[in-house]
Design a protein around this ligand. Structure first.
Ligand code: URA
Length: 252
């Protein structure tokens, strides 16, 4: 958090003293509210600041969570004309980009933003942001097979980091199972390759959380804006590495 007059001066509005006068004169708005107290602190990353109605900073950053359907490309355009995630973002005029990717056949939670710093923070491998998936797999894996995923398994691009794995549902009659798996990396087709490595190929894959953001009951093909608290929380936790130890509280 920074003092409002400092942010205004840094944005080139006027000198710090002049900015203080503007605040006292009732010319400055933060998130739609007039601010006339000197020393008010604001969050330059997320607060919307206006002087005499003119936007100084904030408004153009947007953060969205989307429930991606299967059969949609995680991209802003596709040369082959297939459906892309931005086709679903009616009413969003800003150019937003996905935070990481989901395969064409994977469904579930995808974050999108036009804030590159935010996207980098959440996708940087050193921050270990956990992502939880429900994988419907062929056959019912033994506990010993799942233990391999828990400790780390060898893939062609190296060992995976330990994952949290648990049974969600076992269907002996149809010889399939739903397994919840939380990974802290973001390699290409990682979950599918991990299950292939234990000879239980994935038939359906759905991401149900990203960090501590949960998909919950967001309808397939719909989106919503993240709240300010959700954005701040994700940023703080990624920065402090705390997400590493955290798994979601509940799922869809
Ligand atoms: N792992 C996969 O295999 N696919 C995804 O889309 C995401 C993670």
């Amino acid at each position: 958090m920074e003092r409002l007059q400092k942010i205004l001066a840094q944005a080139g509005v006027a000198s710090r003293r002049k900015c203080e006068e503007m605040i006292l004169a009732g010319k400055v708005e933060v998130n739609g509210e007039l601010v006339t107290t000197l020393g008010t602190k604001v969050d330059p990353a997320t607060d919307i600041i206006k002087v005499s109605g003119r936007l100084i900073r904030g408004e153009n950053k947007i953060y969205i969570m989307f429930n991606k359907p299967k059969g949609v490309i995680t991209s802003a355009s596709d040369p082959k004309g297939r459906k892309v995630v931005t086709d679903y973002l009616k009413g969003i005029n800003e150019r937003v980009y996905p935070v990481g990717r989901l395969d064409y056949d994977t469904e579930g939670l995808l974050l999108l933003t036009n804030d590159g710093e935010f996207a980098n923070l959440l996708t940087h491998p050193k921050h270990h942001v956990p992502k939880t998936y429900h994988a419907t797999v062929k056959g019912v894996p033994h506990g010993t097979a799942l233990d391999k995923l828990k400790t780390g398994i060898k893939l062609e691009d190296g060992m995976t980091a330990p994952a949290e794995v648990e049974y969600k549902d076992i269907d002996e009659a149809n010889k399939e199972a739903v397994i919840s798996i939380t990974i802290h990396e973001g390699r290409n087709r990682q979950v599918r390759r991990m299950f292939e490595a234990i000879s239980h190929p994935v038939m359906r894959l759905k991401r149900i959380s990203f960090g501590d953001i949960l998909l919950q009951n967001l309808k397939r093909g719909s989106y919503r804006h993240l709240t300010k608290d959700e954005i701040n929380h994700l940023q703080q936790m990624a920065k402090s590495g705390l997400l590493k130890a955290k798994t979601p509280r509940k799922d869809t």
